[in-house]
Design a protein around this ligand. Structure first.
Ligand SMILES: C[S@@+](CC[C@H](N)C(=O)[O-])C[C@H]1O[C@@H](n2cnc3c(N)ncnc32)[C@H](O)[C@@H]1O
Length: 202
């Protein structure tokens, strides 16, 4: 199988052409219910082209760092969002100090990582967040993969991509055990794809 970062390099032009076609206002509104500061520091894991979430917070003058391991996706992000500070890295390897961020997001990205690595990644997010900080991430689910737990390949935009997720109860238990408070656990269907959108607090 082709390395996933190279597949996203190939997708970058499509992401550029399709900037802003998906309306995610419902999710941004959900998130805003829990954010009680006007400006802060945001980490976007698997930021891709940075739309629409990083872009939204940059417009509100937040300090935003994006991490992605596709250099072509980061080129698009840098072209349209020069204020986004980008780090070219695998998000499972990146390191930040404790209590750094008011908000961490991972939009349509964590599900490309083997589920056995999800607990450590979520522990890292907990470590990086300030006390009371919020995280939002998209999680794959049965509605998308047809399995309650899954690790394997699915077709996306003509390529075979790796997806991996636990079932709902397991991911909730992982979050509880780390110490997160689960604020919102909702299914949203966007462009005919249903995923879980989870908002948690340290
Ligand atoms: C479906 S795209 C989503 C991009 C963006 N978050 C958005 O909502 O449009 C997934 C992104 O996650 C990145 N990605 C996937 N696994 C990653 C990893 N382990 N480390 C860094 N980036 C990763 C891919 O390169 C790609 O840019």
């Amino acid at each position: 199988m082709v390395n996933l970062s190279l597949i996203y390099d190939k997708f970058a032009k499509k992401y550029e052409d399709n900037r802003n076609i998906f309306n995610m206002d419902n999710i941004i509104n959900d998130l805003n219910n829990y954010i009680n500061i006007s400006q802060g520091k945001l980490l976007d894991l698997g930021c891709g082209a940075g739309e629409p979430f990083s872009s939204y917070f940059i417009k509100k003058k937040w300090d935003v760092i994006g991490v992605d391991y596709s250099s072509e996706m980061l080129k698009i992000a840098n072209k349209y969002l020069p204020q986004l500070k980008t780090i070219y890295s695998d998000m499972t390897l990146v390191k930040f100090n404790i209590n750094q961020f008011d908000l961490v997001i991972a939009i349509y990205s964590i599900f490309h990582i083997e589920k056995e690595k999800h607990t450590q990644l979520l522990k890292n997010i907990y470590f990086w967040l300030k006390k009371g900080g919020i995280a939002l991430f998209t999680y794959a689910c049965k509605e998308y993969t047809q399995h309650s737990e899954f690790s394997g390949y699915k077709e996306f935009m003509g390529e075979q991509l790796f997806y991996s997720h636990y079932d709902e109860t397991t991911i909730k238990n992982i979050l509880d055990n780390i110490g997160f408070k689960v604020l919102s656990f909702k299914y949203y269907t966007i462009a005919d794809e249903t995923f879980l959108w989870i908002i948690i607090q340290k």
